[in-house]
Design a binder for this molecule. Structure first.
Ligand SMILES: Cc1cc2nc3c(=O)[nH]c(=O)nc-3n(C[C@H](O)[C@H](O)[C@H](O)COP(=O)(O)O)c2cc1C
Length: 164
């Protein structure tokens, strides 16, 4: 470290944000009887009472305006074996769920099989934040499998978690 430099380009910021590791989650729902979703690395826990988590949705997303119309959203924290699933969920394919096993709850949330955590959520609030919206999600139900290792995203690459 030689010193603090002024923030310049988006690429530099992307590289900076990439220093912070995160998991990856799928946010998905049934829209017109078909699963619709996208991959997010911005998932984070927020509050225990009420139970809230958040994700950040970029304003250029074409999927979020459709997804946010669902009364419930399924949030699946992807496992270390979900690398390809994650790339499909972020990609251009018309059916992002092709080759992915999933389950839909009666209320509309879609959940990816093999995930380490499922959260059945509704939108609690949306806060504009620069070129993204911070979306606060209220948790109605959950299924956690702490023995399933999560996928780790760091420095624009996927990693597996190993004990320090
Ligand atoms: C690892 C990874 C993490 C991502 N995280 C986010 C995120 O937190 N928020 C977001 O809006 N898009 C995120 N994206 C991009 C979306 O998955 C998707 O590619 C983007 O929304 C464009 O697709 P759309 O127009 O269908 O929404 C991420 C993509 C990848 C591969």
């Amino acid at each position: 470290m030689t010193g603090i430099v002024p923030v310049a380009t988006g690429d530099q910021l992307r590289q900076a944000f990439g220093c912070f590791p995160s998991g990856v989650a799928a946010v998905s729902a049934l829209i017109d009887d078909r699963p619709v979703g996208l991959a997010v690395s911005s998932f984070t826990s927020v509050s225990l009472s009420p139970p809230l988590v958040s994700v950040c949705m970029q304003h250029t997303s074409t999927t979020w305006p459709i997804l946010r119309q669902s009364p419930r959203l399924g949030l699946s924290v992807l496992s270390e074996d979900h690398r390809d699933t994650c790339m499909r969920l972020a990609g251009k394919a018309t059916d992002r769920f092709a080759g992915t096993d999933w389950t839909a709850a009666a209320e509309g949330g879609v959940f990816v099989h093999g995930a380490t955590l499922w959260l059945d959520c509704s939108i609690h609030a949306e806060v504009p934040a620069g070129d993204h919206d911070i979306v606060l999600l209220l948790i109605h139900g959950m299924r956690a499998d702490p023995r399933t290792a999560p996928l780790v995203f760091h420095g624009s690459q996927f990693h597996r978690l190993t004990a320090a």
